[in-house]
Design a protein around this ligand. Structure first.
Ligand SMILES: Cc1cc2nc3c(=O)[nH]c(=O)nc-3n(C[C@H](O)[C@H](O)[C@H](O)COP(=O)(O)O)c2cc1C
Length: 191
């Protein structure tokens, strides 16, 4: 996984660093593809790094909080370095997929997560229960959901690639506008 540490200043420009996390472990995941499309469309001065450690996180256990496993320490470090989080999460059995909720559970008591700006991307208009549950969880964890940067892009039964989603005349501008709004919010909070 790329790390943000050496990327804060790129070509003399101070970058806004977004950590993208897909809630799906599926190889051909529409949520992951949506985040890859976002990477292609990110405005100048924005850097997207994809978190690839979801499957390696151990099951959450409060007993381990005092001396967390290395994968958790790494997760917290990269969350701490990120200026904003870009989440795209599917719905399983009307809820949040276990792997993604497991990651959130590891972050509940962290210093790094509270106050983090989050853009919620969603690749299915049917995933309303998971979206509502996710909002409740994120709210409980004191995340800041940025509404104007949160979008649903209908990729249900789509076999599109990240490239074709990024260049599509409907989905491309939708994603680009959301990322532009996210950057503006992050820029303004740093003034
Ligand atoms: C075990 C399982 C349960 C699912 N439950 C729901 C559900 O309750 N509601 C829904 O809208 N879709 C449900 N789906 C469909 C997925 O949300 C959908 O296929 C989505 O595209 C998966 O995201 P991904 O493409 O990023 O892997 C379920 C899929 C699986 C595999």
């Amino acid at each position: 996984m790329r790390n943000f540490t050496d990327l804060r200043i790129t070509n003399g420009v101070e970058m806004v660093r977004l950590l993208a996390v897909s809630g799906s472990l599926r190889q051909a995941s529409s949520n992951s593809i949506l985040l890859r499309a976002a990477e292609r469309l990110c405005p100048e001065g924005v850097l997207v790094v994809h978190y690839e450690g979801l499957a390696q996180l151990p099951h959450f256990n409060p007993d381990l909080l005092e001396d967390p496993p290395e994968a958790v320490t790494e997760l917290r470090a990269i969350i701490g370095q990120a200026d904003g989080l870009l989440f795209s999460c599917p719905e399983y059995a009307r809820g949040i997929p276990g792997a993604f909720k497991n990651m959130l559970d590891w972050l509940v008591s962290s210093e790094e997560f509270p106050g983090k700006p989050v853009a919620l991307f969603n690749s299915s208009p049917r995933a309303s229960h998971a979206q509502a549950a996710l909002r409740l969880v994120l709210d409980t964890m004191s995340a800041r959901i940025i509404e104007e940067a949160s979008i649903t892009v209908n990729l249900l039964s789509s076999r599109s690639s990240a490239e074709s989603i990024a260049t599509d005349p409907v989905t491309g501008p939708l994603i680009g506008t959301a990322l532009g709004a996210f950057k503006r919010r992050l820029d303004n909070q740093n003034l």
